[in-house]
Design a protein around this ligand. Structure first.
Ligand SMILES: [Fe+2]
Length: 328
């Protein structure tokens, strides 16, 4: 299949016909492909080199995007006394890279909204919490421990499990049962259960969706490989440096959902492998991630627990992980 060859050449790996079909049936992104293409191009530039004049013009060419950026800039998160009234002011406040990542985050959320509503209410809340925690933790670890762009990692964190929504839309109650089992049984990993029952997983389906939306390799390859074994994931394709913080983010969400010892162990192992992995540094990063989760949720109108609850849970998780590490 031509698409398979194309993906193999791009370092994305083989994507099955079934995954392509599911991704195609899922539909379009929340913003037009042209806008998405322009925004992701900015995300690939070093933040200091993003041309704000050009970005401003691109944003102004889309009225929905313009309104969304103004809403972000005037959100309570910044506590400004004076209202921001133009795009240039909004970009000065947010910075080009953060503005682009928030606009992409908003588009991703819109794209998934109708599929999310097909899930039972408790699973809607679960998915929203999972993605925001994964994205926030991944973003902070990318920035502080791996010296990567936190804004790119935030977008990747929101995208990496989009395959879950694709599978939920296509398979309905069969897939809902699979999610519920993986939440109940702490030893069970969702992607492993998907592979066993469906012969594909949300990473493969999510990468097919990213290609269908014409996202760049820098985003598609890490989505595809975020559940590979370490030997499989290393050194292929663009953007794979982001896989490590993505895994930390998802391991944190898995543990948030179910405090099973095997999930503590998984997070502990990943934290042990990350640069600047001292207990104090990791604790500080998780606290910053809690603040980021609250800020991003607020901007995207997503429900989150109060920030102090997030921070105390992060501390509890980290303390338990340290205990598990010391005991092993
Ligand atoms: Fe995942």
């Amino acid at each position: 299949m031509a698409a398979d060859t194309d993906c193999a050449e791009r370092g994305i790996g083989v994507i099955s016909t079934r995954a392509w079909e599911l991704a195609t049936a899922f539909g379009s992104p929340g913003v037009s492909s042209a806008v998405l293409f322009k925004l992701t191009a900015y995300l690939q530039m070093p933040p200091a080199e993003i041309p704000l004049d050009k970005l401003s013009k691109d944003i102004l060419s889309d009225s929905g995007m313009t309104a969304e950026l103004m809403r972000f800039a005037n959100s309570a998160s910044f506590g400004l006394r004076r209202k921001i009234t133009d795009i240039a002011g909004a970009l000065r406040l947010l910075g080009g890279s953060r503005a682009v990542s928030l606009l992409l985050a908003s588009g991703i959320r819109s794209a998934g909204r109708s599929s999310l509503r097909r899930l039972p209410l408790p699973l809607q809340a679960w998915y929203q919490m999972r993605t925001i925690l994964t994205a926030s933790v991944s973003s902070v670890f990318a920035e502080k421990h791996y010296k990567l762009s936190g804004d790119t990692a935030l977008v990747l964190g929101l995208l990496q499990d989009m395959g879950i929504l694709v599978l939920a839309k296509a398979l309905g109650t069969q897939y809902v049962g699979l999610i519920e089992r993986s939440r109940t049984y702490g030893m069970l990993r969702l992607q492993a259960a998907e592979r066993e029952q469906l012969q594909l997983d949300h990473a493969e389906v999510g990468a097919a969706l990213a290609r269908h939306w014409q996202l760049p390799n820098q985003l598609t390859a890490p989505i595809r490989h975020h559940h590979d074994s370490e030997e499989d994931g290393n050194g292929r394709g663009e953007g794979l440096a982001y896989v490590a913080p993505m895994r930390i983010g998802e391991a944190f969400s898995n543990l948030w959902d179910n405090r099973h010892p095997s999930r503590h162990e998984a997070l502990t192992r990943l934290l042990a492998d990350c640069p600047a992995n001292g207990s104090a540094e990791c604790q500080k990063s998780l606290e910053v991630a809690a603040s980021r989760a609250a800020e991003v949720s607020n901007m995207l109108h997503l429900p989150v627990p109060p920030e102090n609850e997030l921070i105390s849970t992060c501390q509890e998780i980290l303390a338990s992980s340290n205990t598990a590490a010391n005991a092993s």
